[in-house]
Structures are given as structure tokens and as C-alpha cells.
Design a protein around this ligand. Structure first.
Ligand code: UDP
Length: 330
């Protein structure tokens, strides 16, 4: 099936805006639907923007009744592990109830193709590394549980109602497109790479590495950083794959793990600033190591990350914060 008109839910956010940019560059007609609670107007890359909230079911139903999309890409979510432990209600509402509304509106209006942002947090503590898709799912945070719940909903909606879905389990999304005015701007910022870069550029007063006593090569956590534009590429390929397979689930990572101190070292080398982070206690809910076995996505989608090199990512993030020290203007 030719995909030409798509709806990107959460297209003002970090991954959603980079995906919209990628989709526009690939000639698609992109409508973004976002409530702008976390996203940024200046990150919009689309031919049409609809400000709406998935929690308003009637609104969503009206929109999907009036417009037909070849596929829907769902990025909108609350996505911080620590916050989800403090306030699970927000996560069940913003993630599970919002996704349920979306699925119901899709079902009632006959939209049957969805690409959904899931997460490696569905696995919980790894029993075996790298993590492959059939690894037991035992999420340790409300965030991971909400995403796994939605994966199950998608499975049931596929069997009963024929809604096709690609469920993509991201590892650590990173990098940006500074030359096109797109960056990473979470408020507050909790992610490692932007925090280290902001510290190096004197945009923040302190940098704490959470835990130096993990059973890893340098005592700090190990993560698998995947470039947002590589994620974007995988999304379009996964959408096309739904022509032949009604439901797919893939890890999206590089298969290479990098420690928190290796990230600090990369920022140190590239910025030329001799940053010295402090060390604090472990952050609750952080597994020592999360690395993807991403061979299934590579084999089945014909996808290969091409931009997920740490030094290149750090260079882009430095460029972004140098040009927009306060992030997006709005
Ligand atoms: N981290 C850190 N200091 C920070 C932010 C993150 O030490 O200011 C660590 C965090 O504990 C984890 C790794 O960096 O070990 C990646 O965290 P991030 O929040 O970027 O992504 P997550 O893996 O939680 O999705």
C-alpha cells in the first residue's frame, strides 16, 4: 500500500518532531496532532497542525471521522521512569487511557495501521544481554508497565479488529538535527547526553553521575544510544512492513553499549572542556546495562543505523545547545 498521508501524534516532541521532519523529507503529507503539554511549536515540521489532546475522545473521533490517514504514528507519552514511580496515575492516564482512546477512534473510523513507540523498559532487569525481543517482559516501573499494557492492547486489537501495528522498542534515543533547527529540549532535562553537554557549555551548574558501583567495566551504567533519525527511518520501514505482516515488534538500538563515563569522556574530547562530574547514589529503577539485540529489525526491515556514532551525536548536541542555549524559543 502506498503511504502518502500520515498523522503524527506527539509530533511536537523530541522523537516525533524528528520523525515528522524525516517523513516530510520523504515526500509524505504530515499532519501533527499534539497537545503541546511537553512539545514545542517551533519543533513542528508538518503541513498541518492540530492542537488536541488524546484524552478528549470526542475531539479525536471527530478528527479521524473527517480526515483519512494511511497510517498513524503514535509518539505522545509520558516517558520518565522516576516520575512514573512518583506519579503512576499520570502515566496510566497519559499513556494507557490516551492510547485506548486513540485505538477506539481508529477502530470506529476504520483506520487500521499504527506505528507505536514502545521502550526497552518493558523488559525490566535483563536476565540475559543483549536483550532480544523474546526476553521475558517484567517491567520494573509504571512507565514500562504502561507501555507493555499498550503492546498487549495492540495485540488484542489486531486479533479482534484487524488493526495492524508496529511496536518499536526504543533503547536510548539521542542526537538531533541542529542544522534544521531541531534539538532535544525536555523541561526539566533528565537525560544524560544533554545534561553532560549543558554542563560543559556552562548552561548548568552541576552534573551528577548516578552510581559508580555497578558491575560494569567502569562502575557506571551502560546504555545503547540510537540516533533519532535512525529511529525515524525504522518507523517508515516498519510502516511499510505492515503490508505483509499484521503485527511486528522490534528492538531499535545499535547493539553497542556505552558507559556513562564514556559519554562524559566523549563530551570532554569534543568540547575541549575538562568537565569533572560529581557522583551520586544510584537512580532508582536503573538497570546496570541495557543493550539491544537489534538484529531482528535489521534483518526484517532492511534497516541499519547510520548516524548512531557517539562522537557524532555529541557534536550535534553541542551545536544545538550552542545555537539555542535555552532550547526552543516557545
Ligand atoms: N544519568 C546520570 N546523570 C544524569 C542523567 C542520567 O548519571 O544527569 C544516567 C542514568 O542514571 C542512566 C544513564 O545516565 O544510567 C542514562 O539515563 P537517561 O536518563 O539518559 O536515559 P534512560 O536510560 O533512563 O532512558
Amino acid at each position: 500500500m502506498t503511504i502518502s498521508r500520515i498523522l503524527v501524534i506527539g509530533g511536537a516532541g523530541y522523537v516525533g518532531s524528528h520523525f515528522s521532519f524525516f517523513a516530510m523529507n520523504n515526500g509524505l503529507d504530515v499532519t501533527v496532532l499534539d497537545n503541546l503539554s511537553k512539545g514545542h511549536k517551533s519543533a513542528l515540521r508538518c503541513s498541518q497542525f492540530v492542537q488536541a489532546d488524546l484524552l478528549n475522545y470526542d475531539n479525536l473521533l471527530n478528527h479521524l471521522s473527517e480526515r483519512r490517514y494511511d497510517a498513524i504514528f503514535h509518539f505522545a507519552a509520558s516517558c520518565l521512569v522516576g516520575e512514573s514511580v512518583q506519579d503512576p496515575a499520570q502515566y496510566y492516564k497519559n499513556n494507557v487511557i490516551a492510547a485506548f482512546n486513540m485505538l477506539e477512534a481508529m477502530r470506529v473510523t476504520g483506520h487500521d495501521r499504527l506505528v507505536f513507540s514502545s521502550t526497552c523498559a518493558v523488559y525490566g532487569y535483563p536476565k540475559k544481554l543483549p536483550l532480544y525481543e523474546d526476553h521475558p517482559k517484567d517491567p520494573i516501573s509504571p512507565y514500562g508497565r504502561t507501555k507493555l499494557t499498550i503492546e498487549w492492547m495492540l495485540e488484542d486489537y489486531n486479533i479482534a479488529y484487524g488493526i495492524r501495528s508496529a511496536q518499536l522498542r526504543y533503547f536510548n534515543a539521542a542526537g538531533c538535527e541542529p542544522d534544521s533547527g531541531l534539538g532535544e529540549d525536555h523541561r526539566p532535562e533528565t537525560h544524560l547526553i544533554p545534561n553532560v553537554v549543558r554542563f560543559a557549555l556552562n548552561l548548568s551548574d552541576s552534573l551528577t553521575i548516578f552510581g559508580d558501583d555497578y558491575p560494569t567495566r567502569d562502575g557506571t551504567c551502560i546504555r545503547d544510544y540510537i540516533h533519532v533519525m535512525d529511529l525515524a527511518d525504522a518507523h517508515l520501514k516498519a510502516c511499510a512492513k505492515l503490508d505483509t505482516i499484521p503485527m511486528i515488534r522490534f528492538n531499535l538500538g545499535t547493539g553497542v553499549g556505552l558507559s556513562n563515563l564514556e559519554v562524559v569522556d566523549s563530551v570532554r574530547r569534543i568540547s575541549g572542556v575538562n568537565i569533572a562530574p560529581g557522583f551520586g547514589p544510584r537512580r532508582p529503577g536503573d538497570p546496570a546495562e541495557l543493550v539491544a539485540d537489534a538484529s531482528a529489525a535489521q534483518k526484517n526491515l532492511g534497516w541499519k543505523p547510520s548516524r548512531s556514532n557517539l562522537d557524532a551525536i555529541v557534536t550535534e548536541v553541542i551545536k544545538w545547545f550552542s545555537s539555542c542555549p535555552q532550547g526552543y524559543p516557545n
